[in-house]
Design a protein around this ligand. Sequence first.
Ligand SMILES: NC(=O)c1ccc[n+]([C@@H]2O[C@H](COP(=O)([O-])OP(=O)(O)OC[C@H]3O[C@@H](n4cnc5c(N)ncnc54)[C@H](OP(=O)(O)O)[C@@H]3O)[C@@H](O)[C@H]2O)c1
Length: 276
Amino acid sequence: MITKHNISSLFEFVKKQKKSNILRIDLINKSFVLSQHSKTNHILIDKNGVNFNCKIEKKINEIAQILLPILMIKKKFYIGQIGQSLDGKIALLNGNSHYINDKNSISYLHSLRSVCDAVIVGVNTIKKDNPLLTTRAIKGSNPQRIIIDPSLKLTNNYQIFKDGFSNIIFTHSNIKKNLKNTQIYKLPERNFTNLIYKHINNLGFKFVLVEGGSKTISKFLENKLLDIMQFIIAPTIIGSGINSINIKPITNLKKVIRTKNKIYKFGEEIIVSLEF
Ligand SMILES: NC(=O)c1ccc[n+]([C@@H]2O[C@H](COP(=O)([O-])OP(=O)(O)OC[C@H]3O[C@@H](n4cnc5c(N)ncnc54)[C@H](OP(=O)(O)O)[C@@H]3O)[C@@H](O)[C@H]2O)c1
């Protein structure tokens, strides 16, 4: 049986395999092994989805259908995610965003975190949400937290400095601060996003989640640094609030971002996954 307790071992197993178009895996005594033959307790992954010939929880199946083909094909990636309403809002004008998406989609977000080595958020997300950025809804490992805080505004009051796990902060400020369990990297202001990207690669992180908020995602999108961008869309209309994406205006509709995409029905919500 595949549940939230062992799905992350399957993710890890698939990540370790060579790039391929199809993977056949057997589940034997709670371990995953490569297989050449169809058997019971068999899992077949191709670029379109996963065929489970073993028992799997419904919610975990929906998550696996999206993530396993990506992990099979891409051996490193930057993936952006944003949870939004139908009209593209990620929070109310007063900043309240709890919760735009339903519980199911929160499990999906935690699964995304669990398959990534690192998770990036902007300073405003830490200040507004005070998140832990862990994988509580799924039994997986926690990604390295990376925060972009150009003016080094954060203080030790936030949860990320209190739970004993480590943080990385990118800044271009000269201020000297002692933030608990935190390595601070100072980079030049010019070309900041690209320099952050290079630095994260040099640190050896291969699977990176750009989790938000809007300004952080938009910078990575604008600089063409994302391999995949996923919109997790709740069937709601908020009407006014913070837009999910804010990039420089274009003057010609031929210049819109349009790329290969997949659309998944995910419980009551929809996931639109763009591949660049
Ligand atoms: N729905 C979701 O999926 C989701 C996910 C995460 C967060 N959120 C929500 O999003 C809201 C916050 O979003 P936000 O857009 O205001 O803030 P944000 O993206 O969390 O943080 C933006 C700030 O981080 C710094 N920053 C981030 N990337 C940068 C870059 N590449 N270059 C330079 N500076 C960079 C800048 O700080 P300075 O201004 O100090 O220069 C910028 O103003 C919150 O309400 C939160 O709840 C929603």
